[in-house]
Structure formats: structure tokens, C-alpha cells
Ligand binder design. Sequence first.
Ligand SMILES: NC(=O)c1ccc[n+]([C@@H]2O[C@H](COP(=O)([O-])OP(=O)(O)OC[C@H]3O[C@@H](n4cnc5c(N)ncnc54)[C@H](O)[C@@H]3O)[C@@H](O)[C@H]2O)c1
Ligand SMILES: [Zn+2]
Ligand SMILES: [Zn+2]
Length: 360
Amino acid sequence: MAQQVRAVIAKAKGEPVSIETIEVPDPGPGEALVAVQACGVCHTDLHYREGAINDEFPFLLGHEAAGVVEAVGDDVTGVAPGDFVILNWRAVCGNCRACLRGRPWYCFATHNATQKMTLDGQELSPALGIGAFAEKTLVAAGQATKVNPEAQPEVAGLIGCGVMAGLGAAMNTGGVGRGDSVAVFGCGGVGDAAIEGSRLAGAHTIIAVDIDDTKLEWAREFGATHTINSTREDPVERIRELTGGHGVDVAIEAIGLPQTYEQAFYARDLAGVVVLVGVPNPEMRIELPMIEIFGRGGVLKSSWYGDCLPSRDFPMLIDLYLQGRLNLERFVSETISLEGVEEAFHAMERGEVLRSVVVV
Ligand SMILES: NC(=O)c1ccc[n+]([C@@H]2O[C@H](COP(=O)([O-])OP(=O)(O)OC[C@H]3O[C@@H](n4cnc5c(N)ncnc54)[C@H](O)[C@@H]3O)[C@@H](O)[C@H]2O)c1
Ligand SMILES: [Zn+2]
Ligand SMILES: [Zn+2]
């Protein structure tokens, strides 16, 4: 029997979100019904409600979540009722060209639930195919990744989006290794996770760049060895000074702006790596001398979801957290209720938080 639950809905572009009672179907083949315990407020939820992703209102927001599986469809074997899971927005298909080539983190046909959740009979668009600012949500079973239940839900859920994107931008996409020098542009949740990932991977020098001194202080807590406020100093010059005149091995852009991408491009050493994990808007353009792209060598990469493989990375990262080797608690600036999501968007815009986390 379909269930009625409370959820946070964005009904129209730019309008404040509201709490509504939605209908969630029983899981069908390949699906899982998850009782959400916690869900972080990510910048992408705000992008949805501003109409910056697409026009498919009404949106059921929330996508950075942990919870407990309540029921599964007949054929589901990967998860079972009672499992503690983190939801992921790239459930790999196993059959597309990327998957068959052995690169499932690029999967071009990721899975979402087949049935729709509804509001007054109208189909909802769940953010990133999840929709977890809700007491319960319906996902594809592959979107629910089982992890050690000893982890607190409000901390575990963060692995489901921003923290994974940042950790993976450093560890997977950037390939940061022991002794490397790294610069991270933008020290929000994603950038700080890239700093933490660089530290975990054994980087020697980790330079944080932001325009906000408070963010730079927080960046030090995650492992930045040096900080640069780019409103006061030229970050490219300063990064060169800090790296013996060379530039960094890996430069990570975690904002999504042309000017900071350019800074990252020039701040790396010859044959270094640039990683773009910040999401630009469709109007943005960059102009670079082509000879510099050639002459500097190295690699220019983009990082979708930190090139993660949820089945491989989520349980491992939760284990590192439980062993005290990954500082996840520091990302949680505040815990709120479903009613607090609209205010959390404003706190995010004012730069006051790394993550507000809804506890359901
Ligand atoms: N690639 C992915 O899979 C993925 C996943 C999640 C989020 N993201 C993207 O990552 C980006 C960062 O997300 P977040 O949650 O950390 O956002 P955030 O708003 O919390 O952080 C952005 C940071 O950048 C700083 N900043 C802004 N302009 C700057 C400038 N000109 N120079 C230096 N610093 C500047 C801000 O002070 C802030 O600290 C967003 O674009 C988000 O959409 C990407
Ligand atoms: Zn695939
Ligand atoms: Zn997100």
C-alpha cells in the first residue's frame, strides 16, 4: 500500500520551499523504500529550486542522505529491510559502454526508481533521482549502499554527495599521492573534503584558497598547511612562492567559476593536474592561450561525484571515519528539521555553514 509522508517540495522557480504530504509507492522490481534518518542540504538543492538545473517542477529536494531500508521489491538481493544505507545518485548499470569497458564510475545509464512519488496525483521530480528531504523515499535498490550502522546518520549521509565529491576529486580524479603539493580553490564542503582527501592521500603541502577568512580557518582544521585569501593576495604568485617557484602537482577548483579555473590552471607545476569539481553554469566561458595548454603539459580533468564507485568507496570511507581517520563530524555545522530547509538555504548563501543536516 502506498504511504503518505511529509516532504520538502519546491513548487516553482525561486519560490520558498514548503512541507507537503506526498505519496510514496511500495517498492516494485529493482526498487527499495528507505526510511530517511538524515539528509544534508547541498548547494545543488538550491540550484534545483532556483530552476538552474531544469524546469521539471515540482521537485522533491534532498539527496545527501542516510537511512534504513524498510522494504524492497521482489527481485532485490543487494539490500534487505533493516540495512543501514547511504543513498547514492550514480547507481551504475553494469551494461553500458563505460561499465563494460571497466570504468563504471563513468556509467552513462545510472539507475533511479521506476515508479514515481506524487503530490496530489502530480508526479514529483526527485533531486538527483533521490528526493530525501522526506520521511521515506523510493529509490532504485542500487542507489542504497550498505555501510556499518555504527556511524551516525547525520554524518554518514554526507558521504552521499558533497564530501564524496571533494574526497574523490583529490583521491580518485586528481590521483593525489604521498609527498604531492595540492591547491584547493574554494573551501566550502566540497573544497574542505578535497583538502581532507589530500591529507589522507599523504600530500605534503595543501594550500587552501578562498575569499572568506572564516572558511580559511576551517580549512586548516581539515588539513590545509597554508591558506591564501585571494582578495588580498594573488593566489597564483603566492602558490608559486610556497612551492619553490614551481606551482602545485594538483590544483582543484571547487567553486565553478571561470576566474578560479584560470587560477588553478596557472597555479600548477609543469605536467601537473587540474581538476574541476565545482559546477559552472551553462553561460560561463573560459579563454586560455592554446600554447599554454600545450606547453604546460599535464592533464585537465573534470570530476563527477569524485569519480566514486559507491559500492567500493562508501563502506571504506565510513570505516575510516569509525577508525578516527576521517573527520566527518566537522562538516556538520547544524542539525535542523524538515521545516528548517528554507532557512538553511539562506545560511548557505550567507556563507555561515559547511552543511546544515536535516534529521528526520
Ligand atoms: N562535481 C560534483 O559531483 C559535485 C558534487 C557536489 C557539489 N558540487 C559543486 O561544488 C561546488 C562547491 O560546493 P560547496 O557545497 O562546497 O559550495 P559552498 O558554497 O559551500 O562553497 C564555495 C566556497 O567558495 C568560496 N568562493 C566563492 N567565490 C570564490 C572566489 N572567487 N575565489 C575563491 N573562493 C571563492 C566561498 O567563499 C565558499 O567557501 C558547487 O559548484 C557545487 O555545485 C559538485
Ligand atoms: Zn553503466
Ligand atoms: Zn549535492
